[in-house]
Design a protein around this ligand. Structure first.
Ligand SMILES: Cc1ncc(COP(=O)(O)O)c(C=O)c1O
Length: 370
């Protein structure tokens, strides 16, 4: 079975990890600090704060911004659960906004309708490594004086205009899970140009310990272990080449899939801006005798993994305590969740496996097209 994702590790990561394991310094040390400095510098951000997951980064960034009980944060209705659930640990409520039909990010035209006097942050997601429409989103943010925290969990080195995603809002967060263009296994990063926000995030990450076990306010253990910091530094060096490979695989896929009626290839604002953390297609239910779930099982029978990233969030049980969202305002995300699936893409995907993915998709199309 060709997997959806695979880490790009070799002897360099093994060497980095063993170096730390044979040292005496396992947390809050020089490797993680160097990883932070190198990550910030690559992105052109002033500060980077390493944590133990992208979800922790979402939680710490929102806590550092002062989000608390009774507040609301606006999130896209199609994203990973923690974009929305992190705020709930602070007593805040996620409000679901529809996505656009091209970049699948937060729809700036529907954003204002989600803002109330309780809104304390807007969290756009750069889905699959294609940036959301940050100019229009930032315009709404400025008009209402509400800060933007970018969920750049998937969009390492992706760009909007001249800036890297994650550096356009007051803060941006990244994830380093194994499907991402760089991975530390688990891990995350917060980037910001605001020194006070960075300071508060660092403090929250480590129990808000003012020194010598003086705990003045609420923090917790969100620290990144040194082993992961050391692996992260190696992965960061490989990141530009890993993304180049992903772009070239995506371009091969799109060349073929763009010719299949009823199959929509990913929207690309500018080829050099998309990192292709995911390669997501949509299938028109009228064009084939099978629906999206049928596509997924047909591809599986041809040894190709595929999966919906992500379902809609508004009807998930975890959010059932909040007032029901109006579904007519979420039509793009609802249509997306019925027709989208992502295909294998990762830096070490061999040419022959790329061919196998292409052949499988073309074969299912040929067999079931109406
Ligand atoms: C958009 C988005 N937000 C947040 C996360 C959470 O990151 P993590 O899995 O590192 O907690 C992920 C990845 O899983 C993601 O894709």
């Amino acid at each position: 079975m060709i997997p959806l994702a695979k880490p790009n590790y070799d002897e360099a990561e093994v060497e980095a990890a063993s170096r730390i394991l044979s040292s005496d310094w396992l947390i809050s040390g020089p490797e993680t600090e160097a990883f932070e400095t190198e990550f910030a510098s690559l992105l052109g951000a002033k500060h980077a704060v390493a944590v133990n997951s992208g979800s922790s980064a979402l939680l710490v960034a929102q806590a550092a911004l002062g989000i608390s009980a009774g507040d609301e944060v606006v999130v896209p209705n199609m994203t990973f659960v923690s974009t929305a659930s992190a705020a709930m640990y602070l007593g805040a409520r996620p409000v679901f906004c529809d996505i656009t039909t091209d970049d699948y990010g937060l729809d700036p035209e529907k954003l204002e309708a989600c803002i109330t006097s309780k809104t304390k942050a807007i969290l756009p997601v750069h889905y699959a490594g294609q940036s959301a429409q940050m100019d229009a989103i930032l315009e709404v943010s400025q008009k209402h004086g509400i800060p933007v925290i970018e969920d750049a969990a998937e969009s390492h080195l992706a760009r909007f205009g001249d800036s890297f995603t994650g550096t356009l809002g007051v803060a941006g967060i990244f994830s380093f899970t194994p499907s991402k263009p760089m991975t530390t296994g688990e891990g995350g990063m917060i980037v910001t140009n605001d020194p006070d926000l960075a300071k508060r995030a660092r403090s929250i990450r480590s129990f808000c310990d003012a020194g010598k076990f003086q705990w003045e306010s609420l923090g917790f253990n969100f620290r990144m272990p040194e082993v992961l910091g050391a692996i992260g530094r190696v992965q960061l060096k490989k990141l530009p080449e890993s993304i180049r490979r992903r772009r070239s695989i995506a371009s091969r896929y799109s060349q073929v899939f763009s010719k299949l009626d009823g199959v929509s290839i990913p929207y690309v604002r500018r080829p050099e801006d998309h990192n292709f953390q995911l390669y997501t297609v949509r299938v028109d239910p009228a064009a084939h005798a099978i629906d999206r779930d049928g596509w997924i099982s047909e591809l599986a029978s041809r040894q190709v993994s595929s999966r919906l990233y992500f379902p809609t969030l508004h009807q998930q049980g975890v959010f059932s305590r909040f007032p029901k969202a109006e579904e007519s305002l979420l039509e793009n995300s609802l249509a997306y969740a019925k027709t989208a699936f992502s295909l294998p893409i990762f830096a070490t995907l061999s040419d022959s496996n790329q061919d196998a993915v292409i052949e499988a998709v073309a074969d299912v199309h040929q067999k079931f097209k109406r």
